[in-house]
Design a protein around this ligand. Structure first.
Ligand code: CDP
Ligand code: MG
Length: 697
């Protein structure tokens, strides 16, 4: 595993002053924007050349000067006019030009849609939170007042909220309660090019809500689709030939450098490049695109150690979804003179968040994405290659404020082999959850107006999974059972909803609530890189021989018994913030349980009941030991290993139930519980009649 290797391998930079250099050669100079030419010839281009009428914004206030400097500000009147004239509008503009932060404010200030709320959807939680905070600051209001945000398990809005930044998943859930989305007068579907599964479903839902509201002479709904880049014809056609506006951004030339030879290890290559720039390059901050939290923390650790040897200060700042918000604010702070910062980010900095001061981009060429495996019916998180379009977006981040350089740690030939565009998530993810929610809305996914329709096999696999979970009566009628309707109430994967509902039968709702809440958040274990052994030693007292799920339960019980929670968490290398978050999630789930008449019963020490209950939803997630630490998944026969973070890593039980599959250098299963054939047959007899245990590789 790449991230593990990083942490264990000797650091190449501590002894040597100069790391091994990746040789780059220049293959594209003066990159401006691959589509610049085309865009200029497009009708409807709004130019920020100053010839427009001066914007008429008189409201004095905080940060207004900064707003006025954004390219979008000059075209404000024209933009507002177009929004007024068109029910549906597609807006395309370079990342950082001000779409997400300014357009909602323009609409609000011009009193368009004043009778309702303006929703702005984001595929990523971290972007919804960060951008709403930025807008609240610009409007000089406390967050949650006029401007708020809603993400899963966290709602920072009030009656006063008019600009609501939210994840696409949350708006989808609101549609389950009101398919006309009457609360909203304007819905902005942002980052549309990312084609996240929920945004894709929202396209259809919002389009229908708009039509129904027009037909029934209810208050009209305006829909704006925004993006930095997109297949315009495809989008416009789907949205009934909606008008497309191109906003001019500021983009300085970026020199693109590719690696001369293919690199074996993209992490090592990124590290070498960081120091090559830091030691030799003129001032300017560095943005490195990596794949996920573990990898980023591993690289950050190495960079920090190596940077101690350097004369000039190098500030290392990670940027990923699960990081604390206060730390995220540091990323946006200007770098003091004579210092340089290096931001190690996931693809959130690709188009969602714009960081000032970046002059150098290092593109690892990789991204972590959810990938569906049709044969297993499971999604797995996999590190994979980016698309050419993603790589161009990353490149563009180097030329926001002045000319910059982008280092691609892969060759030009490798770039040419990358797919041109990223496949929409809906075509590569498990559809069970989406299908369940659509059925709850009274919509059959087979008839749904998708922009790109998922394959028959993917739809069939989702139906089959819902049938196995007991959520639908039959695969043919696809009518929701009462269990299915209940399952749709929970903002969870259908398997987890099923487990929560079954906990009533096994009298362990208290325990399952805890486990589900902890599985829904980030890790509660702190694995400090400096004191890894000590941390593991402290964690041992929570370990359960039954596996990770019961271990999580032990941690939570201990957490609740701590007198001084923050301090004791630190002493035990537990993540206090994630535990507090989990207890909040737990409260919210407990409320939904009560609404569904699921009493909060406890099984006490009888944790076998908890494992039985887990089987009720996870029976498709069982692995069987083969030889030499290798496991095979009962459902798909895929080969996997136990993830090193699991408490069962060394035990190697014969049968295990898992919560997820992760794929780095190979496939691992994570969050495990020991099970045995007797338990499996007792809880899911039908399934195990069809899927015989005792397979040999
Ligand atoms: O949506 P789009 O990519 O067009 O731009 P935006 O997110 O609205 O950001 C507009 C500008 O605000 C960017 O150029 C950022 O530099 C700035 N910004 C910032 O400085 N700090 C933030 N937390 C958010 C945005
Ligand atoms: Mg944006």
């Amino acid at each position: 595993m790449a991230d593990m290797k990083m942490m264990n391998s000797p650091n190449p930079f501590i002894k040597k002053k100069r790391p091994a250099v990746v040789n780059f050669h220049q293959n594209v100079s003066d990159f401006i924007s691959p589509k610049k030419q085309k865009r200029e010839n497009m009708p409807g281009l709004i130019s920020a050349d100053g010839s427009q009428q001066k914007p008429n914004l008189v409201r004095p206030g905080f940060m207004q000067d900064e707003r006025k400097k954004l390219p979008i500000f000059a075209v404000r009147p024209r933009l507002v006019e177009e929004i007024q004239k068109n029910d549906t509008l597609i807006v395309i503009g370079e990342t950082g030009c001000g779409k997400t932060t300014q357009i909602p404010q323009f609409i609000h200030e011009s009193k368009l849609g004043k009778d309702g709320i303006i929703a702005i959807t984001q595929p990523r939680r971290v972007a919804a939170v960060s951008l709403s905070k930025r807008v609240a600051k610009e409007m000089n209001v406390p967050i949650g007042d006029t401007v708020g945000y809603t993400i899963r398990f966290e709602d920072v809005t009030t009656e006063k909220t008019k600009l609501k930044y939210m994840t696409d998943g949350m708006l989808f859930r609101e549609a389950l309660l009101d398919e006309l989305l009457m609360k909203y007068t304007v819905i902005i579907l942002d980052e549309a090019h990312e084609r996240s599964i929920n945004t894709d479903v929202l396209f259809g839902i919002v389009k229908k809500a708009q039509r129904l509201r027009a037909e029934n002479a209810k208050s009209p709904l305006k829909v704006i689709i925004m993006s930095a880049t997109m297949d315009v014809d495809h989008f416009s056609k789907y949205f009934n030939n909606a008008k497309v506006l191109y906003l001019e951004g500021r983009q300085y030339p970026v020199t693109v450098l590719n690696a001369k030879q293919p690199q074996n290890d993209y992490i090592q290559s990124c590290l070498s490049t960081i120091f090559q720039i830091h030691l030799d390059g003129p001032p300017g901050d560095i943005l490195v695109f990596l794949t996920g939290q573990d990898e980023i923390e591993g690289v950050a650790h190495t960079v920090r150690l190596a940077a101690k040897e350097c004369k000039q200060t190098l500030r290392t700042l990670p940027l990923y979804s699960a990081m604390p918000m206060q730390m995220m604010e540091n990323v946006f702070r200007p770098t003091p003179p004579n210092e340089r910062k290096v931001i190690l980010s996931t693809n959130v900095a690709e188009t969602s968040l714009t960081i000032p001061g970046i002059k150098y981009v290092i593109d690892s060429g990789h991204v972590k994405a959810r990938v569906y495996q049709p044969n297993t019916g499971l999604d797995l998180l996999k590190v994979q290659k980016v698309s050419q379009e993603q790589s161009w977006q990353r490149t563009g981040r180097a030329g926001r404020e002045s000319a910059g350089t982008c280092y691609r740690v892969f060759t030009k030939e490798q770039f040419n082999e990358l797919p041109k565009f990223t496949t929409p998530e809906i075509l590569r993810c498990n559809l069970a959850s989406v299908m369940l929610q659509l059925l709850h809305l009274g919509v059959d996914a087979y008839d749904f107006d998708f922009m790109d329709k998922p394959s028959q096999e993917a739809l069939d696999a989702a139906v089959s999974q819902l049938k196995m979970l007991g959520a639908i009566e039959s695969q043919e009628t696809r009518k929701l059972t009462s269990l299915g309707s209940k399952m749709a109430q929970f903002p969870l994967d259908p398997r987890l909803s099923k487990i929560l509902i079954s906990s009533k039968t096994y009298n362990c709702t208290e325990e399952i609530l805890t486990i589900v809440a902890l599985l829904s958040g980030e890790s509660v274990f702190l694995n400090s890189l400096n004191n890894r052994e000590e941390a593991t030693e402290r964690h041992k007292k929570f370990f359960s021989s039954e596996g990770d799920h019961i271990t999580l339960l032990n941690v939570y019980h201990a957490f609740n018994s701590f007198k001084t929670q923050k301090k004791t968490c630190a002493e035990n290398y537990l993540n206090y913030r994630n535990l507090v978050f989990a207890s909040d999630v737990r409260k919210q789930l407990a409320q939904i349980c009560e609404q569904n008449k699921i009493p909060l019963s406890s099984c006490g020490q009888n944790t076998e009941l908890v494992r039985k209950c887990l089987i009720s939803g996870y029976f498709m997630n069982v692995a069987e030991l083969q030889r030499e630490k290798k496991y095979i998944l009962v459902e798909s026969k895929q080969r996997v290993r136990i993830h090193p973070s699991s408490v069962l890593h060394r035990t190697l039980p014969h049968y295990i139930l898992f919560s997820e599959v992760v794929h780095t250098s190979q496939a691992y299963i994570r969050q495990l519980s020991i099970v045995d054939p007797e338990l499996l047959n007792e809880v899911a007899p039908n399934y195990f009649r069809q899927h015989r245990l005792g397979t040999k590789d």
